[in-house]
Design a protein around this ligand. Structure first.
Ligand SMILES: Nc1ncnc2c1ncn2[C@@H]1O[C@H](COP(=O)(O)OP(=O)(O)O)[C@@H](O)[C@H]1O
Ligand SMILES: [Mg+2]
Length: 287
């Protein structure tokens, strides 16, 4: 099935935006932490375990497609220190999360509008403190603020960094859903398995869904998904559902090189259609 996404996907038979409660935002990023950050139902974390599998690209593409379908979207760059949402989109944010972590600005003040995509971004800063170096109380305060901010949006997408360290786990725990992006490399499968194992064995972790990226074909993608789920079913006793397969597409690299979202640059290309099908599944899931 091929979805055309150059126009908004808000047709009669497609999921419509929910009414958002007119929730007043209170910024807690600079206030002392008194309790563990709660989850928000509309936060989706994009994970992988291994780096370089297409998390950031997928997080941007998903945000852009959601925004095109009329949803209010915030994309949070959780790869603190190696942040690259802004780089992939050619943005130079005036403020970013580093000023929030240092207490110089509030979360709301650090938001950058990505006009071409019609969604908001909380950018990280490449070369700033790494996520693992941020004190847990500070990260919790930002997590609380993000959950609060989520009340102003239909979706908050967190682009996680690679790895499974504690602060990555913490950001994951803010989400109600986690999309684990994999490809056919053995290290992608082993790292994704390690990440999923954490999600099923630790409390407060979100539901896991799988996206196979850069697949040579739909069939090859299905084989990659089967290889991962065999291990999950045998050793973890769970079979995370597959949201879809995104085929390898040179237009992805072209769009990143030109620092534009794929949905702007080539909305009808294979990878864009595959990502749109996944987005529609997620929207339907939330109806
Ligand atoms: N579907 C795809 N087809 C071709 N190349 C892809 C695809 N998805 C991602 N890539 C390439 O993978 C590389 C890594 O993507 P990125 O989003 O930065 O990964 P991560 O955030 O997981 O480290 C990029 O150079 C991008 O061009
Ligand atoms: Mg990334």
């Amino acid at each position: 099935m091929c979805y055309h996404i150059c126009s908004p996907i808000t047709k009669e038979n497609e999921p419509q935006p929910k009414n958002i409660k007119d929730k007043k935002m209170t910024d807690t990023a600079t206030q002392p932490v008194t309790q563990k950050a709660a989850k928000a139902e509309n936060i989706i974390a994009i994970a992988s375990g291994k780096g370089g599998v297409g998390k950031t690209w997928f997080a941007i593409t998903l945000s852009h497609i959601f925004a095109r379908s009329g949803r209010r979207v915030l994309l949070f760059d959780g790869d603190i220190g190696l942040a690259n949402v802004d780089v992939q989109l050619g943005l130079t944010p005036k403020r970013d999360l580093s000023s929030v972590f240092s207490g110089q600005s509030t979360m709301a003040d650090a938001i950058t509008r990505y006009d071409a995509g019609n969604f908001d971004i909380l950018a990280g800063r490449s070369g700033s403190t790494s996520l693992s170096a941020i004190p847990q109380e500070r990260l919790k305060a930002v997590g609380d603020a993000l959950v609060n901010l989520a009340g102003n949006y239909d979706y908050v997408i967190i682009d996680l960094g690679a790895g499974i360290e504690q602060n990555v786990q913490y950001l994951t725990s803010l989400a109600s859903k986690c999309v684990v992006v994999i490809n056919d490399e053995p290290t992608s499968l082993t790292d994704a398995y390690a990440f999923i194992k954490l999600c099923v064995t630790k409390p407060h972790m979100p539901d896991v869904h799988i996206v196979v990226n850069s697949a040579a074909s739909q069939k090859e993608g299905e084989k990659t998904y089967a290889a991962l789920t065999r291990a999950c079913t045998n050793f973890l006793n769970i079979t995370p559902p597959c949201l879809g397969i995104i085929r390898k597409d040179n237009k992805v690299k072209d769009s990143i090189r030109s620092q534009q979202s794929l949905i702007t640059k080539a909305p009808h290309t294979t990878a864009a259609s595959d990502a749109a099908a996944i987005s529609i599944k997620l929207l339907k899931h939330d109806e």
